[in-house]
Design a protein around this ligand. Structure first.
Ligand SMILES: [Zn+2]
Length: 416
């Protein structure tokens, strides 16, 4: 068999005849390697407007394993753009329904669904993936996914749409900025974190956020933006604060409040399809590259698409040397291989051998951070007894190295 036919896998026996017939047209693409895609594992976090399109594209392209992560259930308002849910019922988990629909689209691939927060998904899923794709719509979830991409050194394709604008950005470990490299984002997050029910609002927008928080603390749920009485409760609270703290600024109108409380940006299938297709095309190349096969180059710039004028804009994103996650001053991540019958006490002595020490009066604490709510690890129970998983990351505080107090990440590789 010549090298040429090998590369395109026209006669590769890993594919059934039916599968080869189905893929015939793409096997003819110059530089294409179907086996590289078939052997790939891709994590798609967020199976919404973007995620469903990306999953559909990658399934049709013949990517072998797709991990589909989403905590949400299907709402009828998804159906204006989320093709995989068209025969599903309102209330069914998005991840499960999409796996079912994808199996019909391409039965030759594996679809593993996780009806879960991305934070609670087994860290092994990320550690063993070839590529991570974000179809997320929240800043905090993106930051969590970004940390996993940086720590596991995985390429990550981010995308997003807002009205008639969209963006695509690919993080390539060690080559360009991670998603947290932007100091501006950090500041905005801090401002939001500082805005709680107590404390004085520092911006007019905080007044509305406080109105929303007040409603949420009373009713244990977010206000329904389609119910006028509930929105009025939020607005009255917010506008009292505006009058008190920002007397020269305008009070909130109902339209403004609905847009701010309802986090869902209005969006349309065409914008999702453009952005998801760009993400999918970059994914196809990256999956070739991670298997050592040359196919085009990946765009490492931040791409903005303006759907109203039909133009693309490109912004270079060099890494921020001061980034707390990927910069030179970032918290170090140490990989430690140990048996799961080890206790944290034993882990401490391993860390000591790596040159870390601590003040005996302030013992370091170990936190499990691969979950929605970080948990402190018990010092004298074994890792197995605490259900600590392979590739789990621990965050350790109050250590000292070379006379300086530092924090540390430990990635655990369990060897039986
Ligand atoms: Zn960074």
């Amino acid at each position: 068999m010549s090298n040429k036919s090998q590369q395109s896998n026209f006669f590769d026996e890993t594919f059934s005849e039916e599968e080869r017939k189905r893929l015939d047209r793409q096997l003819r693409l110059p530089g294409w390697n179907q086996k590289a895609l078939k052997d790939s594992k891709v994590v798609i976090a967020g199976i919404g407007g973007l995620g469903t399109e990306i999953a559909k594209n990658l399934a049709m392209a013949g990517v072998g394993t797709l991990h589909l992560i989403d905590l949400d259930i299907i709402e009828y308002s998804n159906l204006n753009r989320q093709i995989l849910f068209s025969d599903a019922d309102e209330g069914e988990p998005k991840s499960k329904v999409s796996a079912r629909a994808l199996k019909k689209i391409n039965p030759f691939s594996k679809y593993i669904w996780h009806h879960s927060n991305l934070e609670d998904v087994d860290p092994e899923v990320y550690a063993t993936a070839d590529l991570i794709i974000s179809g997320l719509d929240s800043v905090t979830a993106r930051a969590e996914l970004n940390r996993r991409a940086v720590h596991f050194k995985k390429p990550m394709i981010d995308g997003g749409t807002a009205t008639y604008y969209g963006h695509v950005y690919i993080y390539s470990p060690g080559e360009n900025a991670c998603l947290q490299c932007d100091p501006q984002i950090e500041r905005e997050r801090e401002t939001l974190a500082a805005c709680t029910l107590v404390g004085i609002p520092r911006k007019r927008s905080h007044c509305l956020l406080k109105g929303q928080l007040s409603f949420e603390s009373k009713h244990n749920r977010t206000p329904d933006t389609t119910v006028l009485e509930e929105m009025n409760v939020v607005i009255d609270y917010a506008n009292n604060l505006v009058k008190e703290h920002f007397p020269d600024k305008s009070i909130f109108t109902i339209d403004e409040a609905v847009k701010m409380v309802d986090q869902h940006d209005p969006t349309i299938i065409t914008m999702n399809a453009v952005i998801a297709s760009l993400q999918s095309q970059e994914a196809v190349k990256i999956l070739h590259h991670v298997k050592g096969i040359k196919l085009g180059t990946v765009n490492k710039e931040y791409v903005i698409y303006n759907g109203l004028v039909g133009k693309f804009f490109y912004i270079e994103k060099p890494p921020n040397k001061k980034c707390a996650l990927c910069g030179s001053a970032a918290t170090i991540i140490e990989e430690v291989t140990i048996p799961e019958t080890t206790t944290i006490d034993m882990l401490l002595s391993i860390i000591k051998n790596k040159g870390y020490s601590y003040d005996p009066e302030f013992e370091p604490s170990f936190w499990l951070i691969d979950k929605k709510d970080p948990e402190e690890v018990e010092l004298n129970l074994t890792l197995k007894e605490q259900d600590i998983r392979n590739h789990e990351t621990l965050f350790v505080t109050s250590l000292t190295k070379n006379g300086e107090e530092i924090d540390l990440y430990i990635r655990l590789i369990l060897n039986g």
